[in-house]
Design a protein around this ligand. Structure first.
Ligand SMILES: Nc1nc2c(ncn2[C@@H]2O[C@H](COP(=O)(O)OP(=O)(O)O)[C@@H](O)[C@H]2O)c(=O)[nH]1
Ligand SMILES: Nc1ncnc2c1ncn2[C@@H]1O[C@H](COP(=O)(O)OP(=O)(O)O)[C@@H](O)[C@H]1O
Length: 228
């Protein structure tokens, strides 16, 4: 019998470690890690993206200010990407972030589990201000937690790292507030369905073993040694 495809979502404010946790899950369990922020940046960067030009220019302004792009823009991008991966296990990072997006997702699949990361506000602020990224690949570094081998330079390509506009301290507080308002009904929805699993803490390394054990109950690990 063919095994059922796993449909999972990781929710959490910017800086909560969604990308970090999703990377580990993807490596340990062989799921596809699908980041809405990464798809959005790729689709805006030209090169056969999914956004029509006007929508792209508009979305770019939201992105730079750390604001959520309109539901119809991100939903269109995500539906296109999910359509290409109907036969694969996947894990969504950063989508859905509003009730409208959650309803659009309901239209195409039934989620198996939703992981919610609860990280204190002060920790989020510190992490975002220390986050540096390699724009072309989406690789993420943190000057304290996972610094690059050479300061300011991507480990694999040697290209320069940048700080995202929206990670600058002055943008962060407003961004976190907006996230919370939009996410509340999404969290309530998944809680009422009994598929929400919340993890709280200030360190990804401490949360990770619990996430690993939850995933292991649903899908066999491909790299068991990666349990820290
Ligand atoms: N100090 C510290 N930084 C972390 C931890 N977990 C993740 N980070 C860093 O915090 C930043 C935000 O993490 P990321 O996975 O990008 O979060 P996302 O915005 O939710 O996808 C990145 O620079 C990570 O490298 C942690 O436990 N401690
Ligand atoms: N589901 C979404 N709905 C609306 N905007 C989104 C969504 N996902 C990503 N974005 C946009 O892309 C930006 C970057 O997202 P992401 O890479 O997930 O970073 P972060 O985790 O720091 O918010 C967000 O600040 C927002 O402007």
């Amino acid at each position: 019998m063919a095994s059922k495809l796993l449909r999972a979502v990781v929710l959490g404010p910017p800086g909560s470690g969604k990308g970090t946790v999703c990377d580990r899950i993807a490596r340990s369990f062989g799921l596809q890690h699908l980041s809405s922020g990464q798809f959005l940046r790729e689709s805006l960067g030209g090169g056969g993206g999914e956004c029509p030009r006007e929508a792209g220019a508009l979305a770019q302004q939201y992105l730079e200010r750390g604001l959520l792009v309109p539901d119809h823009v991100i939903t269109r991008v995500m539906m296109t990407e999910l359509e290409k991966r109907r036969e694969q296990h996947w894990l969504l990072d950063g989508f859905p972030r509003t009730l409208g997006q959650a309803k659009a997702l309901d239209g195409i699949c039934e989620l198996d589990l939703v992981i919610s990361l609860n990280i204190p506000f002060e920790t989020l602020k510190d992490r975002l201000s220390a986050r540096w990224v390699h724009p072309a690949s989406g690789r993420v570094y943190n000057m304290d937690f996972n610094p690059p081998h050479v300061q300011g330079v991507d480990d694999l390509t040697g290209e320069p790292l940048v700080q995202r506009q929206e990670d600058r301290p002055e943008a962060v507080a407003a961004r976190l507030r907006k996230y919370k308002d939009a996410a509340k009904p999404v969290i309530e929805l998944y809680k009422s369905r009994g598929i929400l699993y919340s993890f709280s803490g200030t360190e990804t390394n401490k949360i990770w073993p619990y996430v690993y054990s939850l995933l292991s109950s649903r899908i066999p690990p491909i790299h068991p040694e990666e349990e820290h």
